[in-house]
Design a protein around this ligand. Structure first.
Ligand code: ADP
Ligand code: TPW
Ligand code: MG
Length: 586
């Protein structure tokens, strides 16, 4: 074709675009497909080739939250999925942006939360021949082993199906992370608008109820009935399921003590008379029948065996939507496969009206231990020392949460995490968001932003100084969107403690940071409120003020650098050199 002929044919196309025929393109189809499925928020970072996708989504009325780093956007999307049971969307550019989002996608899958990472990608023809395209990377192949499912869409007319598959894969069965690869060329593909509309798919019943078999329900009840010392363990799968009323009914009707895992705290209040949180060691050791509801017997429960669980023989009943979870670590005497809501409802029905209460000596033993431990802890939480220790500072925050039970608590760090988990009582479901199954640092700001956006409730983020550093730049995002987030940085000058010394006398020790840093000033740099708090009273006042005003606030809580312990409460998992561990290092 001659150059003139080519120009004419391009002109012809332009004329065609201007013609009355209504057209749509890849950008609009992606947005329409998400909106059709009631997905109205995107978390991400703009750039080639998805800059216009964010712009157009915003213009179409979607909430598009722009972050400073994809990892935080990804964590935000994942926790949005946990809170709403709809897949949280993270949108990134190709190669580096995609990789930055991938940690969050893998973390979502590990935590069983629905999320879709949508990344733009470079030209397939060039990527596959490895000819060095802009941000070249075979993203689909890399994402596959790190998520529940991965899809690529090459044609505009397949966007509807691609998005539908991604949604269903994310939320059905055991929820997880899904990767959706959208090559740059796809976005500018044009098609007839009416055909485009018809190509979209509204996903019907994306997470179908999974009803347990009646025989499995009966087996579970038979095992439960034999128990002398029963225990129910609630996990974040139970919180995710949003079957709050059913769970409360089961627990109160059965009279069985319950132990909430970290993010299941508040499903029933920690102050509930049957809560065994403050008698954890005792109930794990002494129980004879344990019913797990949306909780895995992974490292967080010492794999269901060993010292933690004592010598007495135990039988496990497990409610989980994932059949392969059964017998993962120990034998499950009564597997109950189905969704939490359906399984718990079936158990309640099967219990009838005359379900016997657990033996009184068991209930009394648990109660006595719990009261003893609570009484032991109380004075430590009331100390007003300066610099603060963890307990003094947490005692103040515990009161804040008690007075504001609908606030969302985000928590990361080592000592800051483990001690806050034990000290701060929760009163409502899904109000505690933390480092989850992997114990990952860096979730703090992403979780806080998504919690504020998705729920409209005030957020209190209690974060170690190291943990905060992983996503600290997102304070700008918090200020930019003017979110009601109050961050309390537990500043003990380092990781676990701020007292380590490098015996070689050269560089600083690996676990310490700049002494007496003022994290509060980072917030001030972006127009938020910064406070330096040196006593629990000051801390409480500053948090109250932040929560009342709803203004973005960062409180630098000065914690004694010597107060923490190595690895917080999981020091047993920390290998140490046998050659040096006996020598004092400080
Ligand atoms: P925790 O860390 O709180 O102990 P886990 O993340 O280990 O909790 O366990 C959550 C479990 O809940 C997973 O095994 C997952 O398959 C399961 N799960 C998630 N959603 C549901 C649901 N709706 N119904 C039943 N089980 C669920
Ligand atoms: C992505 C390893 C676990 S806890 C922690 C690190 C670096 C920080 C602890 O210090 P912090 O808390 O936050 O100041 P405190 O109160 O004890 O002083 N990288 C990732 N995840 C993890 N878990 C680590 C490193 C780690
Ligand atoms: Mg620290």
């Amino acid at each position: 074709m001659s150059a003139t002929a080519m120009a004419r044919s391009i002109d012809a196309n332009v004329t065609e675009v201007d013609a009355p025929q209504e057209l749509t393109d890849g950008f609009h189809l992606v947005i329409d497909a998400l909106k059709l499925n009631d997905i109205n928020t995107i978390y991400g970072v703009p750039g080639i080739p998805i800059t216009d996708l964010g712009r157009l989504a915003q213009a179409a009325g979607m909430r598009v939250i722009s972050f400073r780093h994809e990892q935080s956007a990804g964590y935000a999307a994942s926790v949005a999925g946990y809170l709403t049971k709809k897949p949280g969307i993270c949108l990134t550019v190709s190669a580096p942006g995609f990789l930055n989002g991938l940690t969050a996608l893998a973390n979502a899958t590990t935590n069983c939360w629905p999320m879709i990472l949508i990344s733009g990608s470079s030209e397939r023809e060039i990527v596959d021949l490895q000819q060095g395209d802009y941000e070249e990377m075979d993203q689909l192949a890399i994402a596959k082993p790190l998520c529940k499912a991965a899809f690529r869409v090459l044609h505009a007319q397949d966007i509807g199906i691609g998005v539908a598959r991604a949604i269903r894969a994310a939320v059905s069965g055991r929820p997880g992370g899904v990767y959706l690869d959208l090559p740059a060329k796809l976005f500018s593909q044009v098609m007839d608008a009416e055909a485009g509309r018809k190509s979209l798919v509204k996903v019907i019943d994306p997470a179908p109820a999974q009803i347990p078999a009646p025989s499995a329900v009966q087996r579970a009840l038979d095992v439960l009935k034999t128990a002398k010392r029963p225990l129910i363990i609630l996990g974040k799968g139970a919180a995710y399921a949003q079957a709050d009323e059913e769970i409360r009914t089961l627990i109160e009707k059965s009279g069985i003590p319950f132990l909430p895992m970290s993010m299941a705290k508040g499903l029933l209040p920690d102050t509930h008379p049957q809560c065994a949180g403050a008698a954890r060691s005792l109930v794990l050791k002494e129980s004879d029948v344990v019913m797990l509801i949306g909780a895995r017997l992974n490292w967080l429960l010492s794999h269901g065996k060993g010292k933690t669980w004592g010598d007495a023989p135990k039988k496990f009943i497990q409610i989980d939507i994932e059949p392969k979870e059964m017998d993962s670590n120990v034998e499950i005497a009564a597997p109950l496969v189905g969704d939490v809501g359906s399984c718990v409802a079936a158990l309640i029905q099967g219990m009838g009206d005359k379900w016997p209460a657990p033996p009184a000596d068991w209930i009394n033993t648990v109660k006595a231990k719990r009261e003893e431990n609570v009484a032991k802890m109380a004075p430590r939480l009331m100390n007003n020392r300066s610099p603060m220790d963890f307990h003094g500072a947490l005692g103040a925050l515990r009161t804040v949460v008690k007075e504001r039970p609908d606030a969302i608590l985000v928590n990361e760090g080592a000592n800051t995490l483990d001690l806050a988990r034990g000290v701060i009582d929760m009163y409502q479901p899904r109000k505690r968001l933390d480092v989850g199954t992997w114990g990952v640092m860096g979730i703090g700001m992403g979780f806080s932003i998504a919690a504020a956006i998705e729920t409209g409730k005030p957020v209190l983020a209690v974060v170690g100084d190291s943990a905060f550093g992983f996503s600290g730049m997102e304070v700008e995002t918090i200020c930019r969107y003017n979110l009601p987030v109050c961050i309390v940085v537990f500043n003990n000058n380092g990781i676990y403690r701020g007292t380590d010394v490098n015996p070689a006398g050269t560089d600083p020790a690996t676990t310490v940071f700049v002494k007496d840093a003022r994290y509060d000033r980072m917030m001030e740099a972006f127009g938020g409120v910064g406070v330096n708090a040196t006593t629990p009273d000051e801390l409480k006042r500053a948090v109250d003020q932040a929560m009342d005003s709803g203004r973005p606030t960062l409180i630098n809580a000065v914690i004694d650098p010597a107060a923490g312990s190595e690895s917080g409460r999981i020091g047993n998992l920390n290998p140490q050199s046998v050659l040096t561990k006996k020598k004092p290092t400080q």
